[in-house]
Structure formats: structure tokens, C-alpha cells
Design a binder for this molecule. Structure first.
Ligand code: FES
Length: 164
């Protein structure tokens, strides 16, 4: 559930500081959103009115950008983030099988987090590892030539318990 800036003055204040750091940058919204995501792990919808006000944009403009880019998730990610490359080179060597397997094993679609908060599953279109696909990234660590069995191992290694 989104936290309103009134409920979280720290969030609002921090977002205003981030905007101030980028003031004067042409097209500041994208770098600001990246900075917000970097700091909080996601872009809480509560920041939309703050960003709109600070950057002199409409709320619809800000919302449109957030929802256009998959990078800007609106809820906190799981403790582990698994990203499966679905671009052409990886698709040609088995990425579709990995995608089906991951969604079925985890019981979530791309962009979703398992109900226990353990794993967020994302799709990505090229991880820069095309020659050794299919490629999967787990918490920023790249894995190449991932077989379905290897994917199972990677998924199983994600901690299921908070703090595990
Ligand atoms: S196409 Fe998958 S890493 Fe480039």
C-alpha cells in the first residue's frame, strides 16, 4: 500500500532533496526517478504529486513515465530479484522455457513478487550476455547458458524467510 507524503514526511523531504540535486538538468524527471528507485528500491506512488509539483509537470505526466518504464516498480521488490532475458538471442536458445518455468515455479507473473516477499521476477530485454544465453540475473549477478535445472537451483537458493 502506498504511503502518502503526509504519512511519511521523510519520504517527501528526501524526494524534494533528490529533485533539488537534479534541478537544472534537462529532462530531470528520468534521472530523478532513477535516483528515487536507487534509494528506496521502488517508486512509491505517493511521490507522484511531490514530483509533479517540484518539476512543474502534471501528475498524469509523472505517472505515465513511471508506468512506461518497467524499471520503476511501484512496490518494494522481494528479497531476491530474478531477471530473465527475453530478447531475441536468448529466446533462440531457450529463454521461453526458462520464463515458463520461472512463472510456474514461483506462481507469479513477470513484474510480480511472491506472496512471502522472497522473490521478484522480472523480464529484461538483453543483459549484454547474448553470446552465452540464455541469460539470467539474480540480485545483479549474471548467469549464462542457464538450463532449466540450473534455473531451479538459482530459484531454490533465494532465501524464503525474511532475514535468512
Ligand atoms: S539477448 Fe539475452 S543477453 Fe542479450
Amino acid at each position: 500500500m502506498a504511503v502518502s507524503p503526509e504519512q511519511s514526511p521523510d519520504l517527501e523531504q528526501r524526494v524534494r532533496s533528490i529533485v533539488a540535486e537534479h534541478r537544472g538538468t534537462r529532462g530531470a524527471l528520468l534521472p530523478v526517478l532513477h535516483a528515487v528507485r536507487e534509494e528506496f528500491g521502488h517508486v512509491d506512488p505517493a511521490v507522484i504529486p511531490v514530483l509533479a509539483g517540484e518539476l512543474n509537470l502534471s501528475r498524469a505526466d509523472v505517472y505515465g513515465v513511471i508506468t512506461f518504464y518497467e524499471d520503476f516498480r511501484q512496490s518494494p521488490p522481494g528479497r531476491t530479484t530474478v531477471r530473465i532475458c527475453r530478447a531475441e538471442a536468448c529466446q533462440a536458445v531457450g529463454a521461453r522455457t526458462l520464463a515458463d518455468r520461472a512463472t510456474s515455479r514461483l506462481g507469479v507473473s513477470f513484474g510480480e513478487t511472491t506472496p512471502d516477499g522472497a522473490v521478484t521476477l522480472d523480464q529484461v530485454f538483453c543483459l549484454g550476455n547474448c553470446a552465452t544465453g540464455p541469460a539470467v540475473e539474480v540480485d545483479g549477478r549474471l548467469h549464462g547458458r542457464v538450463t532449466p535445472e540450473r534455473l531451479d537451483t538459482l530459484l531454490a537458493s533465494a532465501p524464503r524467510e525474511a532475514g535468512a
